[in-house]
Design a protein around this ligand. Structure first.
Ligand code: PLP
Length: 417
């Protein structure tokens, strides 16, 4: 088969493809403790509400026809856009309307469109990159560029905290925004670390973006108002220089593939144009299932009172097991401020995190090796090979046993047993 450069770009040499293959093969191979993926948990109260809503839609002839039989406009389902704009205005005072919102088929797709709108080749022959101001950053960005050399990333400062915790901070002294940068992007809360950039950090990055007349994308896949998986104080921000990306996935609808982009109207117009070319229209399913709870604000209550406590409880249990089983070796955990991951750092690990990943896989535990999470970073920082990401969203007993085995394997590698 003769593939174009486009075809080759998406089929060869991608870190994520090989990682996914490996995870898939390991899974097919038998009983595995899955602490690698990013699937959200199944929250009973949320699923019950969605089941009820789906039944109501299915039983109402007009609604059912709309649910399955009509293409939405390219920006997405009108009632949902209206309800979301009203919610964001009343909840946060953001000065926006439905014309500032575009739906996509999952926020992964939003990033593909936005990154390639603002980075890559330009008509004047220049080439611009996406700046990730704090690496580690979301692995899913790494292969989204339509040209090479697409990302540049900056090492964080590290604050050492009590109780074996640490926190990454944006190192503004080492961030350089020049004409090579087309857009800045950061996830908040961050996948893989659970870090939440502080209000000062967000303001500093927003200022840098505005001064250089480039957009700053905030990836809010885990943030407020929904799914609200955030255990610390953080002010949600949007203005015309910012692009906020949201998703219904971590609220409990990953299969409905609903991404939400909030931006100034000229950006939304370009996005909706691409939507019509690539997809004709975004899917209606997620939007229709949630319009009522967005309109009533119930989505915020569920996020605050059900979803966030669901993950917080799981995080606290995982931290307890870490403190129980991680003995006899040096370890640190990124302070868990949100999302559904723990980022574990073994500063004296004599093997690479990839070798640790392989050894854990042999023991039936799947994690993700940390070195995948540094797209765009200059090589040479040993820290990138000393960390792993684990997910605590799934079965608690699995997480318990997984952490026990991770403790054993790290202790063995460090030569203490
Ligand atoms: N951004 C972050 C930080 C994520 O962790 C994910 C998924 O795990 C996404 C974006 C993409 O989510 P989706 O395409 O399901 O909306």
């Amino acid at each position: 088969m003769k593939l174009s450069s486009f075809g080759k770009r998406f089929s060869t040499g991608s870190g994520i493809l090989s990682l996914m293959d490996d995870l898939g093969n390991a899974l097919a191979g038998g009983d595995m403790i899955m602490m690698g993926g990013g699937n959200p948990g199944h929250v009973p109260e949320v699923q019950e509400m969605l089941r009820r809503r789906l039944r109501e839609l299915a039983e109402d002839p007009a609604e059912f026809r709309k649910l399955i039989g009509i293409y939405d406009p390219p920006r997405g389902e009108k009632d949902f856009l209206q309800a979301l704009a009203a919610l964001l205005r009343s909840e946060y005072g953001w000065d926006l309307g439905p014309e500032n919102i575009c739906l996509t088929n999952g926020s992964q797709g939003s990033f593909f469109l936005l990154f390639n709108m603002f980075a890559g080749r330009f008509d004047d022959g220049s080439h611009k990159k996406v700046l990730l101001p704090l690496a580690p950053e979301y692995i899913g960005y790494a292969d989204l560029g339509l040209s090479d050399d697409f990302f540049t990333a900056v090492r964080p400062r590290i604050d050492f905290l009590e109780d074996n915790l640490f926190k990454y901070r944006v190192d503004f002294d080492h961030i350089e925004v020049n004409t090579d940068i087309g857009v800045i992007c950061a996830s908040r809360p961050t996948n893989p670390t659970g870090n939440v950039l502080t209000d000062d950090e967000i303001q500093g990055l927003a200022r840098l973006a505005a001064e250089n007349d480039i957009p700053f994308i905030i990836d809010n896949a885990y943030g407020v108002p929904f799914p609200g998986i955030i255990y610390t104080e953080a002010t949600p921000v949007w203005n015309e220089n910012l692009i906020v990306c949201m998703s219904l996935s971590k609220f409990g609808l990953p299969a409905a593939r609903t991404g939400i982009v909030i931006a100034r109207t000229e950006i939304i117009e370009v996005l909706s144009g691409i939507n019509s070319i690539l997809n004709l229209a975004p899917g209606s399913f997620g939007a229709m299932l949630t319009t009522d709870i967005v309109r009533s604000g119930e989505i915020i209550r569920l996020s605050r009172e059900v979803i966030m406590p669901f993950y917080r409880r799981k995080m606290e249990k995982a931290m307890h097991w870490i403190n129980t089983y991680f003995t006899g070796f040096d370890y640190r955990v990124h302070t868990p401020e949100g999302a559904m991951f723990l980022w574990l750092w073994f500063p004296e690990l004599p093997i690479s995190s990839r070798t640790l990943y392989e050894r854990l896989k042999e023991r039936g535990v799947l994690v993700v090796s940390g070195d995948y999470f540094f797209p765009g970073l200059e090589p040479g920082w040993s820290h990138t090979g000393e960390c792993i990401r684990i997910t605590y969203s799934q079965d608690e007993e699995d997480v318990h046993q997984g952490l026990r085995i991770i403790g054993e394997e790290v202790r063995r590698a460090c030569g203490d047993s």
